[in-house]
Design a protein around this ligand. Structure first.
Ligand code: HEM
Length: 131
């Protein structure tokens, strides 16, 4: 497995544990009504579960598994940019919990960079053999 995939998938697993753990806390909070202030953290839960876990896992596995057509993994820098941008986007949402600012817009921008750079990396690797 390439190093980039190892790191992307390991980071995805960290996001999974923290994101689902936070989801569980939110669920118990709904049942027992600990604190209404906790609800704000649903944004972090969504960032971790949807982008940090799902998106990062897809990038890590795709970088490893998509056919290479004899050219190693192709546009590696684009895939690495995607991994960094996804993580930075999740971080921006967490920072937004404690520091006022347009962090949701920053996160959305970073995830857009993550999606486009992943597409740029994957595009030449998605074709029929012999084409
Ligand atoms: C990949 C898995 C998951 C994804 C993509 C996901 C995504 C989401 C999304 C999009 C929301 C809605 C946020 C909103 O309404 O603004 C949400 C809410 C929530 N999630 Fe998750 N989630 C996942 C797993 C989990 C798990 C495993 C738990 C619990 C152990 C959990 C607990 C919750 C709770 C308690 C809420 C708030 C629901 C409410 O507003 O009543 N989630 N999640």
């Amino acid at each position: 497995m390439p190093k980039l995939s190892i790191w992307a998938i390991r980071l995805a697993l960290v996001h999974l544990v923290v994101g689902w753990g936070l989801g569980a806390v939110l669920m118990v909070n709904r049942a027992w009504g600990w604190s209404s202030a906790l609800w704000r953290w649903v944004e972090v839960h969504v960032a971790l579960a949807l982008f940090g876990w799902t998106f990062l896992l897809v990038v890590g596995v795709a970088f490893w598994m998509l056919p290479t057509f004899g050219r190693k993994q192709g546009r590696k820098k684009a895939a690495a940019t995607s991994v960094v941008a996804i993580n930075a986007g999740v971080l921006a949402v967490v920072v937004g919990m404690v520091v006022a600012g347009p962090w949701a817009v920053v996160a959305a921008g970073l995830w857009a960079v993550g999606a486009v750079s992943f597409g740029w990396h994957a595009w030449p690797r998605v074709k029929a053999f012999g084409a």
